[in-house]
Design a binder for this molecule. Structure first.
Ligand SMILES: [Zn+2]
Length: 538
């Protein structure tokens, strides 16, 4: 899942002070800026990409921020401006999607490198905040985040302290862990702590630069790969066992000599050798970070059999039957999860809407009110806009890029609403077909908030059934839903992982393999700093 949930003001306290370390010494204090504050550059590309959809992601999807725009994007940086000077290079955050086209990646990476080169030419850079997701697949690259950081290191040098913030659905290879000095990830799914996590990554970086115990000492990193690969919908921290598992993270972080502790679930919808769960603990005391990383990895492994879907599941037909059953709660939410655009689905599939429109219950306008969000169809949107609200139109939408399970859908309906100016969708229209209110967009868009619907003159709280291309419900939808089922629908982010078929992941891997020839090695691997060779780590 991606952090598309805006978060309110954070109340994060500095979590990164080097507890238990020797008294802070000014030796090695950074003097990058004229004011004596450390200079921290900011760069990164964030996306999660399914390798099971034919969609390709291009550069503009990252909505890049450059220079001062980068610093302005994050309010919490203003609160740290007395402690460090922040200099933006380029960051990009894309909606999840298909593999990133190689030329587009090369263009973005080259711009990041060039902007950092200009920065390095102008001033000494002490630190870099690497603002990434961790599940970006680029054509021809198996570890894009390590590749990009390698290019960044080639400019800033091996000694600059790098702190990465990630999504817990990202992947941390030994190579990526080697290139960073600090790395952390969200502790909540849904990611209500996204901004708090980024702030923690930056505060830890500032703390290391300003209070490292001895000279240019670098944090110790303990990394433990866990042979488990599960979908986010089975690992939400709203429910057990993930709730209790993630509740153990702050206790590890609070240990003497530990700066940060993190657990990655990993990303399940890419077929890559790096996909699996991982723990990383960073700090000053090698024994403490190793023990912490092992403790969290062991805890994860021990509960592997206990992960279950976050909501009752069924086929799409079973979910619609449940939603329409006499006495069913209203509004009844159904997640059309196989094409969830915030997990990496194309968002372009028509399979779900086709099934809905085929149901006899919804043929008449006085049938049960159903909201379906959404299918992209630029031509359909243009036709509806030209005709205007109230007009009846026949349009064709969807499956322009992902027609694996169903082709473009043609429907005749009344234009219920038109809205321009959405950051993702650009233009949205609602077409009423029978009792179904189908949301059509110019470009794909996730529907996570009540206003996403009410802005379209829809009343989800009064609807009988609300169907959204999503996995676990984001908080506002969760609050609105009187009941909810997760439909195991086909698509690029099919929740039935074994049906999807992985060929390149490491084996054995739970749950693909339930019998392991020997117990997995959950011992901590101490990853050397980036200015020393990685060596053989597996
Ligand atoms: Zn996520």
């Amino acid at each position: 899942m991606s952090d598309t949930v805006p978060t309110g003001p954070t109340t994060q306290s500095p979590a990164g002070s080097p507890a238990g370390s020797p008294a802070a010494s000014p030796v090695g204090s950074p003097v990058g800026s004229p004011a004596g504050r450390p200079v921290i550059a900011i760069a990164g590309l964030a996306i999660e990409t399914s390798t099971f959809t034919p969609t390709r992601t291009h550069a503009e999807a990252f909505h890049p921020d450059r220079g001062d725009e980068v610093v302005a994007r994050y309010d919490f940086l203003a609160g740290l401006s007395d402690a460090a000077d922040f200099r933006g290079a380029l960051i990009g955050h894309a909606l999840p999607g298909g593999i990133v086209a190689r030329d587009d990646y090369e263009a973005l990476a080259a711009e990041i490198v060039s902007r950092l080169q200009s920065l390095v030419d102008a001033t000494a850079v002490d630190g870099l905040w690497y603002d990434i997701h961790g599940a970006m697949v680029v054509e021809g690259l198996d570890d894009a985040e390590a590749d990009l950081l390698g290019r960044i290191r080639a400019v800033i040098g091996p000694d600059v302290i790098v702190s990465a913030s990630m999504d817990l659905h990202g992947n941390v290879t030994a190579e990526l862990a080697h290139q960073v000095d600090l790395v952390t990830c969200y502790r909540m799914a849904p990611h209500e702590d996204a901004m708090e996590t980024k702030e923690r990554a930056v505060r830890n970086l500032v703390d290391v630069l300003t209070t490292r115990p001895v000279g240019s000492q670098r944090p110790v990193k303990a990394w433990v790969p866990i042979p488990v690969l599960l979908p986010g919908e089975q690992t939400s921290t709203r429910i057990e066992p993930a709730a209790s598992l993630y509740a153990q993270v702050p206790a590890v972080e609070a240990e003497d000599g530990v700066l940060d502790a993190a657990i990655w679930v990993g990303y399940a919808w890419a077929d890559q050798p790096r996909d699996r769960a991982v723990t990383v603990v960073t700090g000053w005391d090698q024994d403490a970070v190793a023990a912490g990383a092992e403790r969290l990895a062991r805890a994860f492994w021990d509960v592997r059999e206990d992960f279950v879907f976050v909501a009752p599941t069924g086929s799409f037909a079973e979910c619609l039957d449940a939603a329409l059953a006499p006495g069913a709660a209203r509004p009844y939410f159904v997640s059309d999860s196989g094409d969830n655009p915030t997990a990496g689905g194309s968002g372009d599939m028509t399979w779900g809407l086709t099934e809905v429109l085929a149901r006899p219950e919804f043929r008449s306008a006085d049938g049960p009110t159903v909201i379906y969000a959404s299918v992209p169809g630029p031509d359909a949107v243009a036709t509806a806009v030209a005709a205007g609200v109230g007009a009846t139109v026949t349009v064709t939408a969807g499956a322009a890029v992902d027609d694996v399970h169903a082709g473009p859908i043609t429907m005749t309906g009344r234009v219920h609403a038109v809205k321009h100016g959405d950051r993702d969708a650009e233009t949205e229209v609602v077409l009423q077909v029978g009792s179904v209110y189908a949301v059509l967009t110019t470009y794909r868009k996730p529907y996570h908030h009540e206003h996403d619907f009410t802005d379209l003159d829809l009343a989800p709280r009064q609807a009988d059934v609300v169907i959204v291309k999503i996995g676990y419900l984001e908080p506002e939808l969760f609050d609105m839903a009187a009941d909810w089922m997760l439909a195991l629908t086909p698509g690029g982010v099919d929740q039935d992982l074994e049906r999807l078929g992985h060929h390149r992941i490491a084996r054995p891997m739970f749950p693909y393999d339930r019998v392991f020839p020997s117990a997995p090695d959950l011992g901590a691997r101490i990853i050397p700093p980036s200015n020393e060779p990685l060596g053989a780590i597996a």
